[in-house]
Design a protein around this ligand. Sequence first.
Ligand code: 5GP
Ligand code: ZN
Length: 113
Amino acid sequence: MSDCIFCRIANKEMPSEIVYEDERVIAFKDINPVAPVHILIIPKKHIPDMTAVTEEDAELIGAVHLAAIKIAREVGVAETGFRLVNNCKEDGGQVVMHLHYHLIGGRKLGIGV
Ligand code: 5GP
Ligand code: ZN
């Protein structure tokens, strides 16, 4: 079993509230939501952080982005708006070292969240 919690979630070795899944991407509700909508979108491939993305991942990152749009429509924030956030490494506030994007919305967001 992987020692990465998001790989475990992607492999269904650990429970989560999955809201979207395709071949390369999976999305699930954040365990500690900061807004009415707070979903984590991840590539199933283990990429530690955004700086580890390579040319060969370009389509994968595109797939993550397209998934974000589909999910935003699905959960009803595509019209009202939302934020898609990647925290990168320590100063960026990254805690889980598996590339992920926070889809946050459902209320008016400030400068922070
Ligand atoms: P980061 O700070 O790395 O950008 O964000 C990590 C996010 O993962 C946090 O918002 C945290 O609440 C969420 N998280 C951490 N562990 C789990 C978990 O086991 N399940 C789910 N669904 N979310 C988690
Ligand atoms: Zn991982």
